[in-house]
Design a protein around this ligand. Structure first.
Ligand code: TXA
Ligand code: MG
Length: 318
């Protein structure tokens, strides 16, 4: 552990770290990212090593604006429309990699497409601007573990070994929505912080979910992912004795004082629930419960992303 990992990191510090080829975590509006210079293969290797991430799983490249993104990928008319409507924001576009684009081959894991996004959080864009290069950043968690929505969680997950640009608690709380766009089609590869119906409204037809068996998919959509240490049960109205409970909407309690209950949103608000999801799971898991039971979450709007993360968190571990 170096001194810089426990002292506050400024944007200037973070930019320096990234330009030197090291990794630095930083806040975005969705979850914290583990950043590295996307043009530097050593930096990208350091990201994979720090996360213990399989190398076949490509990374999202973060740009400070459209101009930077245009250097890297080819925008179809539909992609332009989406970027205009939702950037900066929690939408990742998978687009054809531009010939001669200055980005390490390790970022795309050999694919001829690149996932790009312009984050909404100003400090994230300021950081990218200060570096002057695109920043590759997967979520700042060891591969397979819960994502982090605060700087404290990143410190805990990486045992204080990774410097973090603290941007406060993430306002969206789940990862970006990933869309693969071509001239004719628009397919959702990962449900996320931007609800699918909002994207459909902009393009004028329904964005479909990717067929998991089709060639076109996000290689990183592993079944077990975002996993707490405790086992989980989903769609539970009333937890068993000894189970920690993640409630949603009004919940009167279960008379079991030995266990902890946290509510994603007493008001039943999906936006609030998404914001609380990973933070609440981290807190419940820290109590070392026998098991975590989770209330049913409606499958509309942001519920799609929340249920996706919960299903992966509850999936059998490899
Ligand atoms: O909100 C987010 O998207 C956060 C913040 C830090 O920006 N990042 C994030 O990255 O969630 P990560 O690495 O945890 O998830 C990236 C996903 C993976 O499932 C990966 O397989 C997919 O994006 N992906 C990356 N490049 C791709 C490509 N060219 N084609 C298809 N999927 C791709
Ligand atoms: Mg991730």
């Amino acid at each position: 552990m170096t001194q810089s990992t426990i002292h506050p990191v400024t944007i200037r510090d973070a930019a320096k770290i990234l330009l030197s080829g090291d990794v630095c975590a930083f806040a975005t509006e969705t979850v914290y990212g583990l950043g590295g210079d996307a043009t530097n293969s050593d930096a990208v290797l350091a990201i994979y090593a720090t996360k213990a991430r399989p190398r076949f799983n490509p990374l999202i490249v973060h740009c400070c604006d459209m101009e930077m993104a245009r250097e890297l990928v080819v925008f179809s008319d539909m992609a332009e429309k989406l970027a205009e409507a939702f950037w900066p924001g929690p939408l990742t576009l998978v687009l054809p990699l531009k010939e001669g684009a200055e980005v390490s081959e390790l970022v795309t894991a050999g694919l001829d497409t690149l996932a790009v996004r312009v984050p909404a959080l100003e400090s994230a864009r300021d950081l990218i601007r200060a570096v002057g290069r695109p920043i590759a950043a997967p979520s700042a968690n060891p591969s397979g573990r819960l994502s982090a929505t605060t700087a404290e969680q990143v410190h805990e997950l990486f045992e204080n070994k990774v410097p973090v640009l603290d941007g406060g608690a993430c306002t969206a709380g789940v990862e970006s929505t990933i869309i693969s766009v071509s001239d004719e089609s628009c397919v959702q590869l990962r449900a996320g912080a931007l609800p699918r119906d909002e994207i459909s409204t902009i393009i004028g037809f329904e964005v479909v979910e990717a067929d998991v068996n089709a060639a076109i998919s996000a290689p990183g959509m592993l079944k077990s992912h975002y996993a707490p240490n405790a086992k989980m049960r989903l769609n539970i109205e009333m937890p068993d004795q000894g189970e920690a409970y993640l409630a949603f909407g009004p919940f009167a309690g279960n008379n079991d004082n030995s266990t902890i209950t946290l509510n994603l949103s007493e008001a039943g608000d999906l936006k609030e629930a998404a914001r609380n999801l990973f933070a609440h799971l981290h807190r419940l898991d820290a109590e070392n419960p026998q098991r975590i039971a989770v209330a049913p979450i409606p499958q509309r709007g942001l519920g799609e992303a929340i249920n996706d993360r919960l299903a992966r968190a509850a999936a059998p571990r490899p």
